[in-house]
Design a binder for this molecule. Structure first.
Ligand code: AMP
Ligand code: ZN
Length: 472
């Protein structure tokens, strides 16, 4: 039985999907105005974990993650500059170029982290007419008003705005730190912002109210409904979305339909760095490429994320990351060792396998408790290693099959891709080539590949990273 913490009810609930074996899932995705930092990536590892756990429980998952390529202002509460426009000015490119560039980098990072693809990645700019018509409908229903800089949603008109903030009311008030300005209520938010009169924006569209662009909170309502037909099962985001973005999404859909947008709301906590939230706007952040440059793999970072529970903040340091890398290597080393053992039933180990399989399922299904699941795995490894040290044989196939099932949830490539027949020299060359590739030094990467081929090996780039083979 899968149990998940629903931010809406503020408790752990038994998960019951709308359809028997199918789950619809929407995730608020990246704002593509800069590199995603590793805090952002933690949030996407959580999204992937959730999908994998749903699969593990026999559900087919239909998932959508949006790409915010317009309308997300520097202040979540509608103040400041559009982040995309800001990125464009910073890099002297158009907002369109910025969006596509960082979107590509984001997809590369997803692949490196073994994050399984979603069914759809809609972009906000592809849904402008639908957003205009949602705003128009809200206007007709009497929920909007106009200010000098845009069209606003009047949260005072929706009695349930406070109620549905069972999504953390305290946070909402704190989040509404906006200078109220001419807004009728501090929690009111922009649906459509007008283009400034003194500046030409790269991204702007006509509307019945004037040239401008949609506010950030409208895109997710429109795209989730278009692709998943709201109400859908699960909506996820980072914990920062509890304060404004999610209540505002819910408000628009409820105002128009009287129905909830989604049934379960899940929020992942932050990655912190030197005691504060890692954030782009603070200008100090680490990307996945930074970690690779320090000699770590993306999966070391994935392991690091899985060691914490998604509902606790996780503090990042290179020291902890190297412990994660060592722990991951330990599991792989254990599996390598098992692989070279004779496959024989062992009456002491068989019941432990059964127990571990059960403990793993219980932990994972208890609100995605990966940290307990990993702890149980290490207990098992410790014990079986001792038995192997003492010369005992092990039920190799049972162990391997069980770890294959675990890896479908954890996505850590636990089974080493490289076989023992590949000499260290070739592995080292492959590593250097990967580093060159990551640094976008394609000339060096190609030169090293030629060297590998000349020595009688092939290198193939797969979704799970490079695979080395002996040339056929
Ligand atoms: P953004 O690109 O700013 O829209 O953020 C993408 C996602 O990353 C959002 O779901 C945020 O909630 C999440 N996020 C931002 N900062 C952090 C952080 N330091 N730790 C974890 N998640 C974060
Ligand atoms: Zn969203």
């Amino acid at each position: 039985m899968l149990k998940l913490y629903n931010s809406q009810s503020r408790q752990i609930e038994r998960f019951k999907p709308l359809h028997k074996r199918r789950v619809s899932l929407y995730a608020c995705g990246p704002t593509v105005y800069d590199y995603q930092h590793i805090g952002n990536m933690r949030r996407f590892v959580f999204h992937d974990l959730l999908k994998r756990v749903l699969n593990y429980n026999g559900y087919t998952v239909y998932s959508v993650m949006n790409i915010t390529d317009v309308g997300h202002l520097t202040d979540d509460a509608d103040e400041g500059e559009d982040k995309l426009q800001m990125g464009a000015e910073r890099e002297r490119k158009t907002a369109w170029d910025i969006a596509r560039f960082y979107e590509d980098v984001f997809f590369t990072d997803l692949e490196r982290l073994n994050i399984s693809p979603d069914s759809h990645y809609p972009r906000a700019t592809e849904y402008i007419p639908a957003q205009r018509s949602l705003i128009r409908n809200l206007e007709k229903a009497g929920y909007t008003y106009q200010l000098e800089d845009g069209i606003y949603f009047d949260t005072g008109k929706l009695e349930s705005y406070g109620e549905l903030s069972t999504l953390d009311l305290d946070n909402i008030h704190e989040g509404a730190r906006v200078s109220v300005g001419n807004k009728r209520n501090p929690t009111d938010f922009a649906l459509w912002k007008f283009s400034p009169t003194n500046k030409q924006r790269d991204m702007e569209w006509d509307s019945p109210w004037g040239v401008g662009f949609p506010g950030w909170h409208t895109e997710c309502v429109v795209m989730s409904d278009a692709l998943l037909h709201a109400p859908f099962d699960i909506h996820t985001g980072g914990k920062d979305h509890l304060a404004t973005h999610h209540p505002n999404e819910i408000a628009q859909f409820e105002a128009l339909t009287g129905r909830p947008l989604a049934h379960y709301w899940l929020h992942s906590y932050f990655l912190t760095f030197e005691d504060s939230k890692m954030s782009k706007s603070a200008g100090t952040f680490l990307t996945l490429s930074d970690l690779l440059e320090h000699g770590y793999t993306a999966l070391d970072f994935r392991f690091f994320c899985l060691q914490g529970h998604y509902r606790s903040d996780l503090s990042f340091s290179y020291e902890i990351l190297s412990q994660s890398a060592r722990s991951l290597a330990r599991i792989r080393e254990f599996l390598r060792r098992v692989h070279h053992k004779t496959n024989r039933k062992n009456p002491e180990i068989m019941p432990q396998i059964k127990k571990l399989e059960k403990d793993f399922r219980t932990a994972i299904n208890n609100d995605l408790d990966t940290s307990t699941a990993l702890a149980r795995i290490f207990d098992f490894i410790h014990d079986v290693n001792k038995r192997m040290d003492a010369g005992e044989d092990v039920p190799q196939r049972h162990i391997e099959k069980m770890f294959m099932r675990f890896d479908r949830v954890l996505g850590l490539d636990l089974f080493p891709i490289e076989t023992d027949e590949i000499p260290n020299e070739i592995k080292q060359l492959a590593k250097e080539r990967e580093q060159a590739r990551v640094a976008k030094d394609f000339a060096t990467a190609d030169r090293i590949r030629d060297e590998i081929v000349a020595k009688g090996y092939e290198i193939r780039d797969t979704e799970n990273g490079p695979v080395i083979q002996i040339s056929s």
